[in-house]
Design a binder for this molecule. Structure first.
Ligand SMILES: C[S@@+](CC[C@H](N)C(=O)[O-])C[C@H]1O[C@@H](n2cnc3c(N)ncnc32)[C@H](O)[C@@H]1O
Length: 211
């Protein structure tokens, strides 16, 4: 845990922070520290990346930068986005998928990401994800969708490797945080999750324990 805090402190004065600040301004609701951690886990974790809820792509670009700068073999990044539109005080979108594709292209990572347009729990989405990723294949799982992370971990948990890093947003905060926090706490008590800290505005960070 201390190592992770130390690493983050170093990143805050590294050139990657300037790159990710541009990404954050254009395309992310997440705190800069969380984008830096996503970058870090994508760079150093073993395995592929599964993201649920990229919105217009900030977190996805951070992961793609990390994956590209990783010494490991080329990593797959699979990102699931329901699409639609959203009003936000800083980052509204009238067509989420269109803006997401635009931002991936703008930051030069469109070719690195497999984008699945659908809800995480739709049969077609599950089929597509399982076609792209296999059991124990995923080393970073990013969840920033709705208030039901348990649903998606029940569905995709077998794809995560032992020690897979999880970045789960909205553990703390308004409305959708309460049910999500309760789910994370149950998963902790069941021994499926290992906590590594709370970052940014209310993002939970930890690791997966395979059964
Ligand atoms: C808070 S935004 C994500 C913000 C983004 N990660 C960032 O860096 O700013 C949540 C996104 O999740 C999507 N979403 C919500 N539920 C979903 C689901 N079950 N499957 C796929 N996408 C979902 C919404 O359409 C929205 O774009």
């Amino acid at each position: 845990m201390l190592e992770l805090m130390y690493k983050l402190m170093e990143y805050r004065s590294d050139e990657v922070r300037h790159r990710l600040e541009k990404v954050g301004r254009a395309a992310s609701m997440l705190h800069m520290d969380v984008l830096l951690l996503i970058y870090h886990f994508a760079k150093f974790s073993a395995g592929n990346i599964l993201e649920i809820g990229p919105y217009i792509g900030g977190s996805t670009v951070a992961a793609a930068f990390g994956a590209r700068e990783s010494r490991a073999r080329k990593k797959k990044i699979v990102s699931i986005e329901a699409g639609g539109q959203l009003k936000h005080f800083r980052l509204s979108s009238r067509d989420i998928i269109k803006d997401l594709r635009k931002n991936l292209a703008r930051f030069g990572v469109a070719g690195d990401v497999t984008l699945i347009n659908g809800r995480s729990f739709d049969e077609a989405t599950i089929f597509e994800v399982r076609h792209r990723l296999s059991s124990g294949d995923v080393g970073l799982f990013i969840f920033d969708a709705d208030d039901n992370v348990r649903r998606d971990l029940d569905c995709y948990g077998d794809l995560l490797n032992d020690g897979c890093w999880l970045v789960i947003d909205d553990y703390f905060g308004p409305a959708k945080a309460a049910p999500l926090r309760a789910q994370v706490d149950v998963l902790l008590s069941e021994g499926r999750l290992l906590p590594f800290g709370y970052y940014g505005w209310g993002t939970w960070v930890g690791q997966w324990h395979r059964k």
